[in-house]
Design a protein around this ligand. Structure first.
Ligand SMILES: Nc1ncnc2c1ncn2[C@@H]1O[C@H](COP(=O)(O)OP(=O)(O)OP(=O)(O)O)[C@@H](O)[C@H]1O
Ligand SMILES: [Mg+2]
Length: 278
């Protein structure tokens, strides 16, 4: 089984168990990962083999592109999610891994964890943890989150270039809200709902523009494969728009891309920084 298939199995498991509080008896010892994002805070607890046993997501507005806007709000959410994981797994967590968008201050997230009484066990930038999890030797990692799109180039297993662009899922939702003359909340519900495919013609130009931005960033690098990450890539057909707009690249969409970075964080036990932002 390929590494992408293995990770896909773990991601599908995260999707099945996310926000399920029913206690698990006899869970193996787990390590914790916490992803403080612009749109949400995600906690995943995995065993040594990388199998997820608890996952909790809370939509939140406490962080913007690696900058903690609401420090006490962020600590409160982290503590709450850790307590849920502890109740579910019947254990105490005293440490966790986290991550940060390239070019931002890692201490923003570290300080939130410390204030939530968690020692740091792993800390690397987001594209590096994803590249490590997927064992990417050469390629591009594109993380389309709520507020930003992170574009990174990996060569010989190392991130050698990273950039952040101010486009993401929020932009997609605003486009739909403007087109349909509905509220942001209504548009967000449609975007994430069962009939999302019907609105592709309205928001396709946003994805096409993202593809152009990606193309410009990776021009000049030898890249054949583009790995998608981030919740915005859950939108049905988004990967096909990227594949059509970037015909020279193989576009790889993992299952449940919303959970790829948090899973990579939970599995990462490395504290190296390899920030290659230009
Ligand atoms: N099923 C879905 N279809 C389309 N978009 C989705 C879906 N699920 C989540 N999203 C979008 O994904 C975005 C959140 O993704 P993610 O959790 O990767 O962002 P984040 O890490 O919080 O943000 P950032 O990386 O910008 O800090 C939101 O804009 C949300 O609307
Ligand atoms: Mg993110």
């Amino acid at each position: 089984m390929s590494i992408v298939e293995q990770v896909n199995q773990q991601l599908r498991r995260v999707a099945r168990i996310v926000n399920k509080v029913t206690p698990v008896t006899g869970a193996p010892p787990c390590r914790l990962g916490i992803d403080l994002g612009t749109a949400d805070v995600v906690l995943i607890a995995c065993d040594e083999g990388g199998n997820p046993h608890a996952a909790f997501l809370e939509w939140a507005d406490v962080v913007r592109d690696g900058v903690v806007l609401d420090y006490f709000g962020a600590i409160h959410i982290v503590k709450k999610l850790v307590e849920k994981a502890e109740r579910k797994l019947g254990c105490r967590f005293t440490s966790a891994s986290t991550s940060y968008p390239p070019g931002t201050d890692p201490y923003a997230c570290i300080n939130v964890l410390k204030a939530a009484n968690l020692e740091l066990t792993g800390m690397r930038d987001e594209p590096s943890v994803v590249a490590q999890l997927l064992q990417i030797d050469h390629g591009a990692v594109v993380d389309i989150g709520g507020g930003t799109t992170g574009i990174s180039v990996v060569q010989n297993g190392q991130v050698i270039y990273s950039a952040d662009e101010p486009t993401g899922g929020r932009h997609v939702t605003l486009t739909l809200a403007g087109n349909r003359r509905i509220s942001y909340e209504e548009a967000e519900a449609i975007k994430r709902g069962p009939d999302a495919a019907h609105i592709l013609p309205i928001i396709q130009p946003v994805f096409e523009k993202m593809a152009t931005i990606i193309k410009n960033h990776i021009a000049g690098y030898s890249v054949d494969q583009l790995y998608l990450s981030g919740g915005t890539c859950c939108f049905p057909g988004a990967d096909q728009v990227f594949a059509a707009e970037l015909p020279d690249l193989e576009v790889i969409l993992p299952s449940e891309p919303l959970y790829l970075t948090p899973l990579a964080i939970a599995i990462n036990q490395n504290t190296e920084s390899s920030d290659a932002r230009t």
